[in-house]
Ligand binder design. Sequence first.
Ligand code: HEC
Length: 92
Amino acid sequence: MASLMLSPAKAADANRGAELAKRWCASCHVVDGGQKQASADVPPFSAIANRSDFSPEKLAFFLLDPHPKMPNFPLSRNEAGDIAAYIGSLRK
Ligand code: HEC
């Protein structure tokens, strides 16, 4: 319990992020290995996770302010953090 509170990055829930990603993102992005194809020119989450400049913090921040090609998501800060944690878990 104490260790959970000391490390904010661990407070995000990657499993919940996976559920959210399947609901909100899978129509355009390949969100996990079991998914065959989404939109051709949209980067799969595994590719995003393996970029050299990837960090869950930056990603969560990005998700709170989606860029124009992406629809506006009603994501809370916690949800953005969960999705970022999930994408971070795909990093090899
Ligand atoms: C309607 C289609 C669509 C949906 C739904 C969508 N995206 Fe995207 N996303 C895109 C496109 C298109 C790009 C590439 C944009 C570009 O190259 O400018 C992109 C790019 C990204 C990027 C990479 C940005 C970068 O730095 O290059 C991230 C991260 C991302 N999306 C996360 C998400 C997440 C998380 C969700 C679900 C909450 C989501 N997207 C849902 C279309 C979508």
